[in-house]
Structures are given as C-alpha cells and as structure tokens.
Write a protein that binds this ligand. Structure first.
Ligand SMILES: *[C@@H]1O[C@H](CO)[C@@H](O)[C@H](O)[C@H]1NC(C)=O
Ligand SMILES: *[C@@H]1O[C@H](CO)[C@@H](O)[C@H](O)[C@H]1NC(C)=O
Length: 202
C-alpha cells in the first residue's frame, strides 16, 4: 500500500516537474532559416489569402541538425498584438508559452528545400503576426527554432485581417434561415398529420 502511494506520488511529481521545467525558449538556438511570403506590413485576409513558408537548416551555423526529427511551423502573435491579452502571453517555458497558437504545418524534418503553402484559416483572429518553426528531437521536445522576424519580434511582421463583419452577418443570416426552414417543415408536417387524423375521425 505504502509502495503504491509512493509510486503514485512520484508519478504526479514527475508530471508536475515536467510541466514546470519544460524546455525554455531562451535555451534554444536559432539554427533554422525561415521565410514567409507576406512582405513587411502586408495585410492578408483570413479564409482567402495564402502564405508560402520555406525553411531550412542554416548551413553556416556551427552545429548539427542530426537530433532533429520533426518540424512544426507556427503562426505567432507579434508583441503589439499581445498587449493586455494574457491569453497570448510569451512565457520562456515553452509548455506555457502562448505566442504561437496556430499550426501551419507539421512534417518530418528535412534540412533543405522545404516549402508549404497555407490558406489562412477562417478563424485566425485579426492581429499582427510572424512565422516561427520549431525542430523537435525524438522525445518530442523542442531542439531549435527559426523565425521570420528578428530577436525582438519587431521586423518583418504582417497582419491578418479577419473575415469582415459583412461576411459574418451573412453567415449568421444563412444559419438562421436554414434553422427557420427546418422548423417550418416540421410545423407543416405536424399540421398535415393532425389534418389526416381529423379527417379519419370524421
Ligand atoms: C546562420 O548562422 C550564422 C552563424 O551562426 C549567422 O551568422 C547567420 O546570421 C545565420 N543566418 C541566418 C539567415 O539566420
Ligand atoms: C533543392 O531544390 C533544388 C531545385 O529544385 C535542387 O536543384 C536541389 O538539388 C535541391 N536540394 C536538395 C538538397 O534536395
């Protein structure tokens, strides 16, 4: 019994430590070269426009990529779109970091000739962004990164414009309309049924 408790306790502690002391961003080296198609300051539309991202290992970086197994490319909030929004906070512990919330693509790692074209998803909030990719090693922890902006995240940013109010209200109108048609069909059916019943009783 005591041994059992001890095991549960150590298991819990393990999970706890893992989430508290995950990989920190500041410990990662910037070994990936990442580019994205939007020009600095460009406004791209959610649900319509496409972004092409390329990434590769920096060949002049003094180091190796032999531990990298997978890569994830993410859309990340620029500091200007994080102000007063705790739910987008940058935290050095990557398990808690909320800078990069939208995955563009995840792939097995390859050192060069990587490119992916992504249609910006409809539900991407209106904000200023950059693109970052993380390389992961075999135990799925972050091993390195690369990004389209500088270390202070101030250069080469672009904006995503959300689906406009007009589109949204049109969407709402069409949802209401279809709900209404289902309802009227149902009412019609009930009325018809009652009519048949009444005529049968006569
Ligand atoms: C590649 O790595 C070298 C050496 O660390 C560095 O000087 C250079 O700026 C890097 N290039 C890019 C595009 O990040
Ligand atoms: C990358 O693509 C270019 C052009 O398609 C090709 O010439 C080159 O050999 C490729 N490099 C690798 C490492 O696959």
């Amino acid at each position: 019994m005591a041994a059992h408790r001890f095991m549960v306790a150590s298991l819990l502690l393990c999970c706890f430590l893992h989430s508290c002391y995950g990989v920190t961003f500041s410990s990662l080296q910037r070994t990936l070269v990442v580019t994205a198609s939007p020009t600095p300051g460009q406004v791209v539309k959610a649900g319509e426009d496409q972004i092409t991202v390329t990434w590769s290992f920096n060949q002049t970086f003094p180091g190796t990529d032999s531990a990298y197994k997978t890569i994830k490319v993410m859309l990340c909030y620029a500091p200007i779109s994080q102000v007063d929004r705790a739910w987008r906070n940058t935290v050095d512990n990557l398990a808690k970091d909320k800078t990069c919330q939208f995955q563009i693509v995840a792939k097995p790692y390859s050192p060069s000739n990587n490119s992916f074209t992504w249609t910006i998803e409809k539900d991407i909030p209106q904000a200023t962004y950059f693109v970052r990719s993380y390389a992961y090693n075999s135990d799925s922890s972050e091993a390195a990164y690369g990004q389209t902006t500088d270390a202070h995240k101030t250069t080469n940013l672009f904006e995503v414009q959300a689906i406009t109010g007009r589109h949204v209200s049109l969407d709402i109108a069409s949802v209401c309309f279809s709900a209404f048609s289902v309802l009227s069909l149902f009412v019609f059916f009930l009325v018809e049924k009652r009519k048949t019943k009444m005529s049968q009783q006569k």
